[in-house]
Design a protein around this ligand. Structure first.
Ligand SMILES: Nc1ncnc2c1ncn2[C@@H]1O[C@H](COP(=O)(O)OP(=O)(O)OP(=O)(O)O)[C@@H](O)[C@H]1O
Length: 257
């Protein structure tokens, strides 16, 4: 199974501005890499490069031993799925949940038409959403439920790599926690490899095996999670961690640190 991803020397420029500057990272099979860094450091740009939505000026992405070229095959596209901060803007409001889940299933020929309903119900069960929801529309769900449906859609094509770009930032704290638990469970169950982007160090601590720190388009530290939180290697990482509120100011249901 293709589950390890190499990001090699990626550079992306927007006009004269260098958003990613020779970025190299490895996503190891069945692990979660947490990506942190201040706003504008290039995290979402990197997510988009990995997902094939932006072509880098330099560098390459290698999935297993296959270089992912400018034009990815359908198979290569489905291997890497992305979930975003605001599921309500990534799910078509005019489509029922059934239509939303059926589209990628049929496009990628995961199942045939006669099997679609069964598979849609299985996908909803996997993210703990009632199967009767198939006939409903996105506006009928809460933010946390919509994020679960977006996760179900991403999983529908059986990807090996899931990129989550601030997937919990728009959610209430208790809902954030339940989404993190779901993603952790899915990672184990489906042997997923994940890149998880967040500003929130508590969230990063809860979900990551390894942490990478970006600053001004460069990776400035890659470390095991425990080492990153106990002995960060750079002054910048230390600064990011120092900005986290002290334990006694954090509500008990939010104490990941
Ligand atoms: N299409 C674009 N055209 C020009 N500049 C862009 C474009 N997209 C992003 N940028 C710039 O590139 C830099 C990196 O943006 P990016 O969204 O990747 O950062 P980020 O670390 O994800 O930020 P945030 O945490 O705020 O989402 C920013 O300075 C941003 O303004």
């Amino acid at each position: 199974m293709k589950t390890s991803l190499q990001i090699e020397d990626i550079t992306v420029t927007y006009g004269n501005f260098t958003a990613l500057d020779h970025v190299s990272l490895e996503l190891k099979q069945n692990t979660t890499l947490g990506l942190v860094g201040e706003s504008g450091s290039g995290k979402s740009t990197l997510a988009r490069v990995i997902a094939g939505l932006i072509t880098p000026d330099e560098g390459r992405i290698v999935l297993d031993s296959q270089v992912l070229g400018k034009r990815r095959s359908r198979e290569q596209h489905k291997m890497i799925q992305l979930i975003f901060q605001n599921p309500d803007s990534s799910l078509n409001p005019r489509h029922t949940i059934r239509q939303i889940l059926a589209e990628p299933l049929l496009f990628h020929k995961i199942v045939n038409r006669s099997q679609v309903d069964k598979r849609c119900k299985e996908l909803l069960a996997r993210v703990q959403i009632d199967e009767n929801s198939l006939v409903r529309y996105p506006h009928e769900f809460s933010g946390g439920q919509l994020q679960r449906i977006a996760i179900a859609r991403a999983l529908s094509v059986e990807p090996s790599i899931l990129i989550a770009d601030e997937p919990t930032s728009a959610l209430d704290v208790s809902v954030q926690l339940s989404i993190l638990e779901l993603l952790n469970a899915l990672k184990s169950e489906l042997k997923l490899t994940m890149l998880f982007i967040s500003h929130d160090m508590g969230v990063i601590n809860a979900i990551s095996d390894t942490v990478a720190v970006m600053r001004q388009g460069k990776i400035v530290e890659i470390n095991q999670k425990e080492k990153f939180f106990s002995h960060p290697e750079t002054a910048y990482s230390y600064e990011l961690l120092s900005a986290v509120p002290k334990m006694d100011t954090i509500p008990s249901d939010r104490r990941f640190l």
